[in-house]
Design a protein around this ligand. Structure first.
Ligand code: AMP
Length: 458
């Protein structure tokens, strides 16, 4: 197995890594670091959680340790799609560069230009920025990008989702074409492939893990919910969420609650606060300083629940999250993988529960297809999900086999478990049927009373 000492990193970087407690490089680090140190362009296809931040930060520090920064001409540039991710890269930089004299500036929206101008004027080795704010600085004439030797683009697929690709192209063109480029994306949409072809020079392609892998340290559960009346959906859903959280008892140390819409993030936060929960919210419309404050509060434990939208929470590295709750079923299946990946990190156990209304059934099926895992229905009242002994994950095939071995779900039960099927394609319909037949309830052993199976699927 590769060791950090095999990677030609500077001694002071190795010391910082050892202080951070890392014993060996992750696969992306083992592959990317030697190539980056050789001056190669890198196309890294990897998600957050793989250690990709260090895979570009460590060589960056080693390469930049020779030479000095000049006023207004940063020597390297790291672009991240959101303020939080940019701040996270900056935090990582501080950890790994602590034994060096390298300087950094973080250019993100919501912070005054004046402070940022001062840093740039002094000369920075590493400029970490979101694309919009970087362009603002450039247009104000305060920043020159022709001294950039290394440019990193992180989470390019998220940049695409957020409409930043034209900005990225523009920034690429403002930097010298001789620069070294380290480019990371979890997926390779055609638009991403196009820009890598245009701006990367003979890149080394490093692909890590599949798109939809879910760590086996995460226990998943699904709670079906049908409102008593349509106009009561959100109120009743909030009530249900509180019940689910309370049923997890002390197992739920903290949690991130995802909503699909920003407006629901706000409403849910107010409602939970009113019910005595310690909560904070992050979404794209909130002021930067508030977002950072909330995030810090959550990390240090003064805020127990973080209510979040996908964009704001994507890629956030908070190592110790016991639970992820999906208040809504995400409409993009990949977002489910990203959301629940906030828990069960670094070998810890994590739990995740998703509430699904009949209208969201189609999205649940899409997630199960993407991950090839049937999300088990849980009876949250009978046993906290965190205490379920084995949350055995079933592929479709296994689930079906298991079902043929079982005769404890009565005909009456299965007949009444109607899925909302009118919007489904033929293929999805077949899959939905398979899943319905494979239904199993976690936490009740093999003795599932028929009435429970009826309730859960209605
Ligand atoms: P990232 O994919 O960059 O968001 O990193 C995910 C987490 O892994 C962060 O908390 C890092 O501090 C941690 N990490 C990165 N590299 C290593 C390593 N070689 N050994 C242990 N943890 C690491």
């Amino acid at each position: 197995m590769t060791k950090f000492t095999d990677l030609d990193l500077e001694a002071n970087v190795l010391a910082a890594i050892s202080d951070a407690g890392y014993t060996s490089p992750t696969p992306i680090q083992a592959q990317a670091i030697p190539e980056a140190l050789n001056g190669k362009d890198i196309l890294g296809i990897a998600q957050t959680g793989t250690g990709k931040t260090a895979s570009f930060t460590l060589p960056l520090i080693t390469i930049l340790s020779k030479g000095r920064a000049r006023a207004r001409m940063p020597r390297s540039l790291v672009l991240a799609p959101t303020r939080e991710l940019a701040a996270q890269v900056a935090e990582n930089f501080d950890i790994y560069a602590k034994n060096t004299k390298l300087t950094k500036a973080l250019l993100i929206g919501g912070v005054s230009f004046k402070e940022q101008d001062l840093l740039i004027d002094r000369g920075v080795d590493v400029l970490i920025a979101t694309p919009g704010r970087l362009i603002d600085h450039f247009e104000r004439g305060k920043l020159l990008l022709n001294g950039v030797k290394i440019m990193v683009v992180d989470e390019a697929d998220r940049m695409l989702d957020m409409g930043f690709i034209p900005d990225i192209e523009r920034i690429f063109k403002l930097t010298p074409f001789t620069r070294q480029t380290l480019f990371f994306s979890a997926t390779m949409a055609p638009e991403i492939t196009r820009i890598t072809k245009e701006f990367l020079s003979a890149p080394v392609r490093i692909e890590i893990a599949q798109q939809a892998t879910i760590s086996n340290t995460i226990k998943q559960g699904l709670v079906s919910f049908k409102p008593s009346r349509k106009d009561r959906t959100f109120k009743e859903k909030r009530e249900l969420l509180r019940e689910i959280i309370n049923a997890e008892k002390e197992n739920c140390k903290n949690g991130i609650i995802f909503c699909n819409r920003k407006v629901d993030v706000d409403i849910l936060m107010k409602s939970m606060k009113k019910h005595g929960f310690s909560v904070g919210a992050i979404h794209g419309d909130l002021d930067q300083s508030i977002r950072m404050q909330v995030l810090d509060g959550f990390k240090e434990g003064s805020i127990r629940f973080l209510i979040a939208s996908d964009v704001a929470a994507r890629g956030l590295d908070i190592p110790d999250v016991s639970h992820v709750f999906n208040f809504d079923v995400p409409s993009h299946s990949e977002d489910y993988v990203h959301r629940i990946g906030r828990t069960g990190r670094a070998g810890r156990q994590g739990s995740t529960i998703m509430i699904s209304t009949p209208a969201e059934e189609k999205s649940v099926i899409a997630i199960e297809k993407l991950t090839n895992i049937k999300i088990p229905h849980v009876d949250y009242r009978s046993e906290p999900i965190a205490e379920i002994k084995s949350n055995k994950r079933h592929t479709k095939k296994e689930s079906l086999k298991k079902n043929t071995d079982r005769d404890d779900i009565s005909d009456e039960g299965t007949k009444k478990t109607n899925l909302k099927t009118k919007n489904l394609s033929k293929k999805d319909l077949k899959y939905a049927e398979d899943l319905k037949n494979a239904q199993q309830i976690i936490g009740l052993g093999d003795h599932v009373p028929a009435f429970l199976t009826i309730n859960f699927r209605n």
